[in-house]
Design a protein around this ligand. Structure first.
Ligand code: ZN
Length: 72
């Protein structure tokens, strides 16, 4: 039986959401474990892992460049 401990929140580097580490999807990349709210966020990370690892959504406002190219 697992004791109820404090929920551990991790930041989803793709969408910037806080996710419950116990419920999140995981991806191991260059020695770090990343947590995702959904499979689609994880898939985005897998496509561009170095970009998200270097510039996680939650910690940087630099997302406009990406948005301008995202069209259609
Ligand atoms: Zn997400």
């Amino acid at each position: 039986m697992w004791p109820f401990s404090k929920t551990k929140l991790e930041n989803d580097p793709v969408c910037g959401m806080d996710v419950d580490a116990r419920a999140a999807l995981l991806q191991f990349h260059k020695g770090t474990t990343y947590y995702f709210c959904s499979a689609s966020c994880r898939a985005s990370f897998q496509k561009d892992a170095d970009k998200y690892a270097a510039n996680p959504a939650g910690s940087s406002p630099v997302r406009e460049e990406e948005a301008t190219h995202a069209g259609s």
